[in-house]
Design a protein around this ligand. Structure first.
Ligand code: NAP
Length: 250
């Protein structure tokens, strides 16, 4: 399959891009940090493409998707992974932060999808979006309110695209806590967090049991995404959840 993975320079997106390539697909890796993408393309193997793309720019989304389609010879699937999650109480979250979060987590997903629609329509293709347990399975986590709100909006965005383009398989993948891989493949999600604020909010997440006892293995996430892109054209897979099984304590 010919697949575009957006947000592939780090963490889960990098693991998904490389993992799908290792499972036999032809991959275009997109994000802003091109050197990291070029390293990931080497790890993924021959034929993997690295293309710079800033999802907050319409022009960048249009040109990167056009270039990916041209180099791959078409697009069978799109996997959208970019997200930012500033750690901040809602009372301290200013308009600029709200806009940054929505630009990356929601509007970027819409812009990339808009650019990919003609290609996905031509192939009866599949579009996959990584969401979070904190938007649908748990209440919003204190300190990550803008992130949870944006992921809830992304969930609705996936439904809205499906309503207008029923020939494309739109899937929301609800992801539980996952460290990613090693090095650049490790999640960078919490990189910018203020340690003092993290120390303030973390005990609230554990006290409310929002954090699972274990992390999911990123390879299992890749296996699920691989199944979705392979079967999403022929069967309806509106949503899947990839989270640790909760083992009841005795
Ligand atoms: N890790 C977890 O435990 C977990 C749990 C639930 C859901 N998720 C979801 O999984 C996804 C990946 O998370 P992660 O932990 O792997 O995060 P990460 O390591 O921070 O990766 C984020 C990726 O998004 C890209 N990105 C950010 N802004 C971008 C922009 N303006 N244009 C293009 N790409 C942009 C980054 O690349 P550049 O900076 O190079 O552009 C990077 O490749 C997110 O949607 C997250 O919400 C993660």
């Amino acid at each position: 399959m010919r697949i575009v993975v957006v947000g592939a320079s780090s963490g889960l997106g990098r693991c998904i891009g490389i993992g799908l390539a290792k499972r036999g697909s032809q991959i275009a890796l997109l994000a802003r940090r091109i050197e990291r993408l070029q390293d990931a393309a080497k790890d993924a193997g021959p034929g993997t493409i690295a293309l710079a793309c800033d999802v907050t720019s319409t022009e960048s989304c249009q040109s990167a998707i056009a270039e990916a389609a041209s180099q791959l010879g078409g697009i069978d699937a799109l996997v959208y992974t970019p997200a930012i999650g500033p750690l901040q109480a809602l009372v301290d979250t200013d308009a600029e932060t709200w806009r940054r979060v929505f630009d990356t987590n929601v509007i970027g997903a819409a812009l990339v999808t808009t650019a990919a629609i003609p290609h996905l329509t031509a192939t009866n293709g599949v579009a996959v979006y990584l969401s979070s347990v904190s938007a649908s399975l748990t209440p919003p986590w204190p300190g990550l309110g803008s992130y949870a709100v944006s992921k809830a909006a992304l969930d609705k965005l996936v439904e809205a695209w499906r309503a207008e383009h029923p020939t494309i398989g739109f899937t929301r993948v609800v992801v539980g806590d996952c460290a990613g891989g090693e090095g650049d493949a490790m999640t960078g999600f919490a990189d910018g967090w203020d340690p003092e604020l993290a120390g303030h909010f973390y005990p609230q997440w554990t006290a409310r049991k929002y954090l699972a006892d274990s992390l999911i293995e990123v390879d299992e996430l890749v296996t699920v995404v691989d199944a979705v892109v392979r079967h999403g054209s022929s069967i309806s897979i509106p949503s899947v959840i990839v989270a640790p099984r909760t083992v009841p304590s005795s």
